[in-house]
Design a protein around this ligand. Structure first.
Ligand code: F6P
Length: 335
């Protein structure tokens, strides 16, 4: 048997833990693994390389993906579909394991419906995939936010400023909510709960009256004010982003100094945390088992401490919104 393995979409720490686990588990059953470079694009272009035990030595702590990745959609162009199917035969692939987020897993679902034997592994720092409690990459991103908020506390306090930290999360506010909670943010803005400037400024002002004339506000890049539509273009950074808008609104309303930090792709880089290494490893092991069991069209998933399997259709049925009960835990500490 031979399995094709690809990583698609935005990269994140933990991907190499998945690759390492897939290769080691497969080889233990005498199954070959063919690495496919740059997501589905590599399968269309024939950009592939056999993976051996040696290929994955020492990659566990390494961020990113040794296979490279892309956001290339294999189904958009009819000619690409045929090239993909031809290359499955050309390389003698009996199954595919696709590691990715919403885009990659949606393509995997459609390929399964076309009869391609494929298994999914959920991946995204956003934690916005239904069907799994967590995705690897998320814990590492939350720790990056927590470290940034810890650091910004000292300079905010020294200068009596409101520091606005813009974090990733276009559609959902998981990173902002849990990164802010872990760092002790004084206010958090998420797409799921459009913000009211009056409410936020009242909370920040109450801190000033209690002798705490500094604050940290964590803002998800997809956050927006009540009464407006979600932003059309996100993630292009620069002064057009929501973080700069919120900082100006606070400065104008409260007459305080504000500064903005956009964490951007720092949240996607670096070495995975132990949690993400463990989840990535367990996802990879189980994905090979699903292939061996012939359970295609499924995705591995974390349920509590168990690794289960759920239909790909479940993971791609729209974003997993931030749990507002958990967000309420963070709101206890606003102000
Ligand atoms: O989907 C993960 C993610 O990191 C989002 O949080 C972010 O908005 C987006 O990818 C950035 O995409 P790119 O790396 O293509 O700029």
């Amino acid at each position: 048997m031979k399995i094709g393995l690809l990583t698609g979409g935005g990269d994140c720490p933990g991907l190499n833990a998945v690759i390492r686990a897939v290769v080691r588990r497969a080889l233990s059953f005498g199954i070959e693994v063919l690495g496919i470079r740059n997501g589905f694009l590599g399968l269309i272009e024939g950009d592939v390389e056999p993976l051996t035990g040696f290929s994955v030595t020492g990659i566990l702590p390494k961020g990113g993906t040794i296979l490279g990745t892309s956001r290339y959609d294999p189904l958009r162009v009819m000619e690409d579909r045929q090239k993909l199917l031809n290359n499955l035969k050309r390389y003698g692939l009996d199954a595919l394991i696709a590691v990715g987020g919403d885009g990659t897993l949606s393509a995997a679902r459609e390929l399964h419906e076309m009869g391609v034997p494929i298994v999914g592994v959920p991946k995204t720092i956003d934690n916005d995939l239904k069907g799994t409690d967590y995705t690897f990459g998320f814990d590492t991103a939350v720790n990056v936010v927590r470290d940034a908020v810890d650091r910004l506390h000292t300079t905010a306090e020294s200068h009596h400023r409101v520091m606005v930290v813009e974090v990733m999360g276009r559609r959902v506010g998981w990173i902002a909510a849990l990164g802010g909670l872990a760092g002790g943010a004084d206010f958090i803005l998420i797409p799921e709960k459009p913000y009211r400037l009056d409410e936020m400024c009242k909370v920040l002002e109450s801190r000033h009256r209690r002798g705490r004339p500094f604050s940290i506000v964590v803002v998800a890049e997809g956050a927006f004010p009540a009464g407006e539509e979600p932003p059309a273009r996100i993630g292009e950074g620069g002064s057009s982003s929501i973080g700069f808008r919120v900082a100006k609104e606070i400065a104008d309303r409260l007459g305080v100094e504000t500064r903005v930090t956009v964490l951007g792709h720092i949240q996607r880089g670096g070495s995975p945390t132990a949690f993400d290494r463990i989840i990535g490893t367990r996802f990879g092991l189980r994905a090979v088992d699903l292939v061996r069991e012939g359970r295609f069209g499924q995705m591995v998933a974390l349920h509590g401490t168990r690794i289960d399997a759920v239909p790909l259709s479940e993971a791609t049925a729209g974003p997993k919104q931030m749990d507002l009960e958990q967000f309420a835990d963070a709101e206890v500490f606003f102000g």
